[in-house]
Every structure is written in C-alpha cells, then in structure tokens.
Design a protein around this ligand. Structure first.
Ligand code: EPU
Length: 338
C-alpha cells in the first residue's frame, strides 16, 4: 500500500504544533483507499486515530497505532426547492467549504466562517460559533464502519448532537470514519446577527442590510481579532468547554460574583463563559515556559514555540484547579487529549 507509512511525525498535522510520532500513518484520498487499508486485518485491531486538520487535539505522547489522515476532496450540491443540499468530502478544509457556500449564495454556514479544521470533523465536534451550531444545518453524513468495511449514512437524529458532542465522540468512538458530510442550506438567507460582537462590527462598518458575505467577513474579522492564527502561534481554539450548570448553582454564584457572564441553556440550565472564569482567576495572557493563555481570549491555550503536549496539559490542570477553587466549577476540556 503506497499510502501507508511508518514512524511519521505529526508535528505538521496538529495545530498546536507539538511533536509526536505515529507508528503507522495512512493518507486517505478516496473511499476506496479506506476499503483497501482496512482489508489488512492486522491494521483493523490497532489503536486508531482519525485526523482531519488536527485542530482539536493535543498530543501528549507518540501514537502507537494507526493514524488515518482524511485528505479526500470534492464539493458538490443538489437543489431542493428553495433549499440546497451541499455535500463535501471529509478532507475538505472547513473554511473552503464556507467560502464556496457564501460565493454561491447558499446561506446557513456564514457564522461558522474561519473555524479551523476539516469537513469530516464538523459533525464529530458539532462545531459552533457566533450563534449557530452545526446541527442546525446538518443534513446527513456518510461513514465507513471499520469492523465490517461497509459504508452507511447517518441522519441528524442518529448523530445524537449536543453542545460540542456527537455519537462519534461517545458510543461510536473509534468505530466509524466519516467520509463525506451534507448540509441543508437556504437560497433565501435567515441571518443570525443577535450575537453582540456581530452587531457591533456591522454597525462599525455601517452595514444595515447585511448579505451572507458581509456576515462571513464580519465573523472572520472578529475571529482574527480575538483568536491566535495557528499558522504562527500553535493552538486548538477553545481548550475548555463552556460549563453548563443548574440555575440553583448559578444563583449562588451570582450572589457572590454579580458580573458573572452567563447565557440561558435550556430549561433550568445556565451556560457560563469559561474564558471569563479563567480570566477572573488571573490567567489571561499568562506565559508559563513555552505555553500560556492567549492575550485576547483566556479560553485559548497556546504554544509559544517549543511546548510539549505534556507541558500544555500540565498548564491546563493548573487552570482547572484554580477555577475549581474559586468557583467550585470543574472545567472540562474541549480539546481531545491523545
Ligand atoms: N470572556 C472573558 N475573558 C476572556 C474570554 C472571554 O471575559 O478571556 C467573556 C467575553 O467577554 C464574553 C464571553 O466570555 O462575554 C464569551 O466570549 P466569546 O464570545 O469569545 O466566546 P466563548 O464563549 O469564549 C465560544 C466558543 C468559540 C466560538 C465563540 C463565538 C466554546 C468552548 N467556544 O467561545 O468556539 O468561536 O463562542 O461563538 O463554546 C472553539 O470551539 O474552538 C471556539 C473557538
């Protein structure tokens, strides 16, 4: 198999830019490559890691198994009344797909502009930003079952989406490899501009009747101003999830911390801004050795050049500990630790 290699560095395959080596590494350019790869029964039983853009993981050690890098390409669509079903191969870069949709006037993805990573990762993480979560535009995905070598389609309900979660991170972890994803978009946009930062930036630009291209540009500008560019400063976006707590616990906290940033999160639940909690503990912009938090967004941990995965992980433990001590809230990592 020409696409299977041994002892491959993953440094350029993770946006944190930390060093780790894969025992086996396969670059997949088509569904047929997957079928061929897993026809080798010796590979079927190895620990498996599927990589897209490597934008949501932290390697703390070498990976003694098989890394499958999804690098298949292709974008196409079908019209369905005044809706569009847009489909892309898992290896497409997410933002390239967003640009394709925006350029074609297909609405629904524009708030998700500039999220790092690939199409195949988008349902796994149930990505979201600026008032839109992926599950609201998700139609279906096609995936390869490792055990049987069969392909199957998952509907939205079957994906079990919740905040930054899906069945692919839970019950079916390690069992399927997503090969393509379809999204249901609209030809007549319903814009999501309720997010404060979007409204502020639109009014700064004196745009009163935004197009989807305007929204995409505004969201991209907000992201660039707040988040470090992984091509210059290694990072994996938000390192922790925003915690969701009961309304009772929230009231107790609010009586002590009246400014606590919060959002409604369904019946009897409140979502807190982890970035705020971390900043309150004094961590914003902190540098520790080769790691630290980003100066404009405390939720983002960064690699200042030569950090190891273990160094970043140890730093994240310190943050968890201090947020726990001050707020009695246990932060959960959003980034996958390998
Ligand atoms: N905040 C602070 N200090 C900080 C960071 C944030 O006080 O250092 C406050 C902000 O002032 C704001 C609130 O926290 O009031 C929320 O901040 P922001 O709008 O930056 O969003 P977030 O909740 O920190 C989430 C997602 C991001 C997504 C943004 C925008 C998670 C874990 N993160 O961040 O997603 O881009 O909303 O919608 O849900 C990612 O998942 O990698 C990611 C970047």
């Amino acid at each position: 198999m020409s696409f299977l290699r041994e002892h491959v560095s993953l440094k350029n395959h993770n946006t944190f830019g930390v060093q780790a080596v894969a025992r086996w590494f396969a670059e997949i350019q088509s569904e047929a490559d997957l079928t061929e790869l897993f026809a080798d029964s010796k590979l079927q039983h190895l620990p498996l890691l599927v990589l897209g853009g490597g934008s949501n993981m932290l390697f703390t050690k070498n990976f003694d198994g098989l890394v499958v890098w999804m690098n298949n390409k292709g974008i196409w669509y079908d019209l369905d009344g005044d809706e569009v079903v847009l489909t892309a191969a898992a290896g497409e870069v997410w933002n390239d797909l967003v640009n394709y949709a925006v350029d074609h006037g297909f609405a629904g993805m524009e708030n998700l502009s500039l999220i790092p990573g690939t199409v195949g990762a988008s349902p796994v993480q149930n990505i979201g930003a600026y008032g839109v979560e992926l599950d609201t535009i998700f139609e279906s995905c096609r995936a390869f079952e490792i055990k049987t070598g069969q392909f199957r389609t998952f509907t939205k309900t079957e994906c079990g989406f919740s905040y930054r979660e899906s069945i692919f991170k839970q019950e079916l972890k390690g069992q399927y490899i997503i090969t393509q994803v379809s999204y249901r978009l609209k030809e007549h946009p319903e814009l999501h501009t309720s997010y404060g930062a979007i409204r502020d930036e639109l009014s700064r630009r004196q745009i009163t009747q935004p197009s989807i291209k305007d929204i995409s540009e505004v969201v991209s500008a907000i992201r660039v101003s707040k988040l470090p560019d992984p091509s210059t400063i290694g990072n994996a976006g938000s390192f922790f999830k925003n915690p969701i707590i009961s309304i009772d616990k929230f009231r107790q906290l609010q009586s002590v911390f009246p400014d606590i940033v919060h959002y409604p999160a369904g019946p009897d639940k409140i979502k807190l801004a982890a970035g705020w909690l971390i900043e309150q503990c004094g961590w914003k912009g902190k540098v520790k050795g080769q790691t630290g938090t980003w100066k404009n967004q405390a939720l983002v941990l960064v690699n200042h050049g030569y950090a190891t995965g273990n160094e970043v992980f140890a730093f994240s433990e310190e943050i968890i500990q201090s947020v726990l001590e001050r707020f009695q809230i246990s932060l959960e990592r959003e980034v996958n630790i390998i």
